[in-house]
Each structure stands twice: as structure tokens, then as C-alpha cells.
Design a protein around this ligand. Structure first.
Ligand code: ZN
Ligand code: ZN
Ligand code: ZN
Length: 358
């Protein structure tokens, strides 16, 4: 099967030897069976159908997994009496100064956190200049005392000693006579302890692309029985790595589908360009390519039947034949003329070639 892909053989049914004729009639029989299996399709015209060509075709499924990494440094600041020697935030590179083990292939999303205790530092509290306390906020308070409002310097207006104060002064209630209040910013510690935690998260970007020289829908290629053609994994992989080198060993010389060029183009357009300006890194690239070999069969019906999918084809139609993962023969077509569109009622195929619904 695989060797058929290398050449595009167009078989003219009228000139075929009898053995291949039986092959072409087998294609028509399979096709008729398929049409009969579909409700509202009418297979009658296939009795006079002629196969025009059987061409080997190829489709590729390319699955690309790219491990993307993000890093973020989160500083936290807590009141502390403990002092570090240095008090200036050190400079370091969160991307290159720390190594992490990459997650397993099976992890779609994962993360790690690491405390960078070697970079911890302390800063003085600006509200209290590192003292842990501030002057009493009661503007009448002088060193913890304020003037008694019931007397003048300890004497009442009748000359008696004031019972409420001592020499005309009372304790300030705001600071309980201390004259200072605990700094609320640093909870009395006078300093803050700054510590950094490096957060690293990974996510796998997955794309599946399809390339072919026929007309199979992507979901059909996805379900078909394919063979593994090429597989490669590279770690480390970065945004600066060269995709041309990575795909260098893909052999597409004998295929008329430019597989290598397609993979390069899709990688650049759908992964690299989308992430090039983002602050993240590529860490690993895995690419798996599978191949499906199949046949595209072109046939002719009587001239009264028109290809509504592509009127330029006149009375020529085509279908694809391949195997699914269970080994069953599968047929795909999208232009058979006698399927129901509803315009002739719900239970019969459409015989009217002017009908525009396929
Ligand atoms: Zn403070
Ligand atoms: Zn008093
Ligand atoms: Zn006070």
C-alpha cells in the first residue's frame, strides 16, 4: 500500500486489463453497498457508473506538543524584629539562576514553588523610622500628660486642690501616660522581613495539523488507521531553536505533499509567532507524524447527473476509500447526487439536478 503513494497513477478503466477491471468493479460494489446503507440515498445510477481513475493518495496527521514555562517572583513582607545584614534587594535572574526538573509528558499543567531564602532581606519601617513606636497622636499630650480641664495648675477656682489631677496635669488616655504609641504598620517590630518565592508553572500547548493531497475531512483522517511515520522529541527546546534543523530528518521527497515545509510553517505561525512577545519560555518540543495511505476513486454517471458540489466536474464524481482503526473499509464522499435534500419529501432521494442542497 505504502509504495503506491510515490506515484500518481491514473487508471483509465476502459484500457485496464481484466484483473484490474475486477478491482474497479470491487470499488463500485463497495461504493454501492455504502450508498445503499445510507437512508434517503438512491443507488440506482451506480449500476451504469464507470470508474475513471483510482489514485493513491496520502494524508498526514502532525501532532505537536510544546512545553511552555512561566516564572514569577513573588515578594512578601512581614513585620519582624529579626535583622539581616544586607538591606538592599539583590539582583538576580529568575530565568537563568534556578534550575527546575521539567514535568512529566503526561502532565498537561503543573507548577512548583521555591523559597529563595538566600535573598531574604530586612527593611526599616518608614512610619516609625525603625523604632517600633511613634509619638502619641493626641495633640494635647506632652510626654504622656495633658492639661487638666477642671483646674488651673492644680487649684480649683475656690482655691482648693483639684482632686482629678496632679499639679494641673492628667495622664493621657490615648497613650496611657507613656507618650508613645506602638507603630501599627510594623506591629511594633520596627522592621520588615522581605522574602521571595519563585513560582514556576508549565503548560503543554498541543496542536494537531493535517496535510493531504485529497479531500478527506480532518476528523476522518483522525479516525483512520494510520501508521507512525516520524517522531522526535527535543529537550531543551527554546524559542530561538531552529525548527528547520528539528524537522531535518522528515523524509517527504517521494510525496507530493510538502510535509516538512508545512510543519515549519505551522510551527512558526501557530506557536512561535503567537508566543514570541510573551514573557514565557519553550522548554520541550515533541512532534509525532502519522500517515494514512488511501485511494481516491473518480467515476462517471449518466450525463443527466450533475456534480452539485463542483459543477465544473459535470457528471464526474469521486469518493475516498481507506480503513479505520478497526480495519473496516470506510468510504467518504461529498458529492453523490442522489441523496435527499428534503425538497422531494422526507423519504426519497433528490432526483432533481437543479437542487442546490447537497
Ligand atoms: Zn513602624
Ligand atoms: Zn486638675
Ligand atoms: Zn498621649
Amino acid at each position: 500500500m505504502s509504495n503506491k503513494v510515490h506515484t500518481e497513477v491514473i487508471i483509465d478503466a476502459s484500457k485496464l486489463p481484466s484483473t484490474t477491471n475486477s478491482e474497479t468493479s470491487k470499488h463500485l460494489l463497495d461504493y454501492k453497498k455504502f450508498i445503499d446503507s445510507k437512508s434517503l440515498y438512491y443507488s440506482g445510477p451506480l449500476n451504469n457508473a464507470k470508474i475513471r481513475s483510482i489514485q493513491p493518495k496520502v494524508a498526514y496527521q502532525c501532532k505537536m506538543n510544546i512545553l511552555m514555562e512561566e516564572r514569577e517572583l513573588i515578594w512578601s513582607k512581614k513585620p519582624s524584629k529579626k535583622r539581616q545584614n544586607h538591606c538592599i534587594q539583590p539582583i538576580f535572574d529568575i530565568w537563568s539562576d534556578y534550575q527546575f526538573q521539567l514535568p512529566l509528558l503526561s502532565d498537561k499543567k503543573s507548577e512548583q514553588k521555591r523559597s529563595l531564602t538566600e535573598h531574604d532581606y530586612t527593611t526599616n519601617c518608614e512610619a516609625c523610622q525603625g523604632q517600633g513606636s511613634i509619638n502619641c497622636t493626641n495633640h494635647r499630650c506632652i510626654n504622656g500628660s495633658e492639661k487638666c480641664l477642671s483646674c488651673t495648675q492644680g487649684r480649683k477656682s475656690d482655691g482648693t486642690q483639684c482632686p482629678s489631677c496632679k499639679n494641673g496635669l492628667v495622664n493621657c488616655k490615648t497613650c496611657n501616660g507613656k507618650g508613645r504609641l506602638q507603630c501599627t504598620k510594623c506591629e511594633g517590630c520596627g522592621a520588615f522581613y522581605n522574602s521571595a518565592v519563585l513560582h514556576v508553572s508549565w503548560e503543554t500547548r498541543i496542536s494537531t495539523w493535517y496535510y493531504q493531497n485529497s479531500f478527506l475531512p480532518e476528523e476522518k483522517i483522525a479516525q483512520a488507521d494510520k501508521i507512525s511515520l516520524w517522531s522526535k522529541s527535543e529537550t531543551p527546546w527554546t524559542k530561538e531553536s531552529t525548527i528547520e534543523d528539528f524537522v531535518h530528518t522528515i523524509n517527504d521527497q517521494n510525496s507530493n505533499v510538502p510535509l516538512k515545509a508545512n510543519v515549519i510553517k505551522d510551527y512558526k505561525e501557530k506557536h512561535l509567532n503567537e508566543t514570541i512577545n510573551l514573557k514565557n519560555k519553550m522548554r520541550r518540543l515533541i512532534c509525532d507524524i502519522e500517515r494514512l495511505d488511501f485511494e481516491e476513486i473518480e467515476y462517471i454517471l449518466e450525463s443527466k447527473y450533475l456534480n452539485k458540489h463542483d459543477p465544473s466536474k459535470g457528471n464526474k464524481f469521486r469518493f475516498c476509500q481507506y480503513k479505520d482503526a478497526q480495519g473496516h473499509d470506510i468510504i467518504y464522499e461529498n458529492d453523490y447526487p442522489l441523496n435527499s435534500c428534503g425538497c422531494m419529501g422526507g423519504c426519497c432521494a433528490c432526483y432533481n439536478c437543479s437542487c442546490t442542497i447537497l
